[in-house]
Design a protein around this ligand. Sequence first.
Ligand SMILES: [Zn+2]
Length: 330
Amino acid sequence: MNSTLPPLEILLTVDVEFSIHGAFTLPDATPLGEENVLCPDASGREQGLGRLLDILAEHRLIATFFCETLQTTWFGPEPMGRIVQKIHTAGHDAQLHLHPCWAFFHHPDWRERLRHERPNDNCHGRTIQELTRWIRAGREQFRQWGVPQPVALRAGGLRVDRQLYRVMADLSMPLASHVGIGIFMPEEPELRQANGLHRIDGVLEVPVMSYHARLPRPTRPWRALTLTGTSWWEMRALLDQARRTPHAPVVVLIHPRDLAGPYPDHTANRLHQSRLERLCRLIATHPDHYQAVPLGTGLERWLSASPIPSRTLSPPWWTQLMRILEMRPR
Ligand SMILES: [Zn+2]
């Protein structure tokens, strides 16, 4: 082990978004707003965002929250505005997230249109005009919310192609965390990166970490490092592997609703809350090995960073087995 290595940087990234909640498939359904992020349980306690902010505060860790703006088409600016203010006031980093499916609500006759048109949520395969309009509108929304301008973008569902990077470069938006090949495998080979730091068409891409896990599906070995899909033992093993040699920042993907059970009860999801607590405790109690860093601050340092190639990390088989055991229905 090389004891002179600096601490491994960890980006705790949180996608903050509202839910279509069946509105495109069920005749009377409408989208779900703040409740999808706050997840209040029967006693009114927030098992989603509130619990997440509490856990981060207990361990004095800063996270990056990618906040979705196209949903304002349906909800208007206030509901997400309250959430973004809460995140900003707690000292975290708020950046831009886009789910294009919300643009469908631009059509006043959207329910009628559903008979012959399917909304899609892809940020890939889009026109320059669409992408430019959405990023500009997102920035304007941040300005109206009175929080710092976003410098980083994450595509909804990690569905990305190089067109998005070109548009970002044209709009001087320098940082991206679009890629997560365990969730979505882009068409273009340059974007098929499991981790690392990559310059794509003038934008620095910091992928959500993907790793090799042959359980349970040897034919589809890539998994993304997420709170819902990675066991605590896998997380610990991956971080330990990564820190022992020079390694790019490790990006973890979290959603506030991961910490709660299903709608409408939102009871605490003890498994996911315990994973997050253990991860945060590991980082907070081992400052020589790990450091939680946000994406949107220290911009100069990010922009001057040298590219780091992707590496294939794989946690021991028994940690993968623990995931399968944890996820089985009880
Ligand atoms: Zn999302």
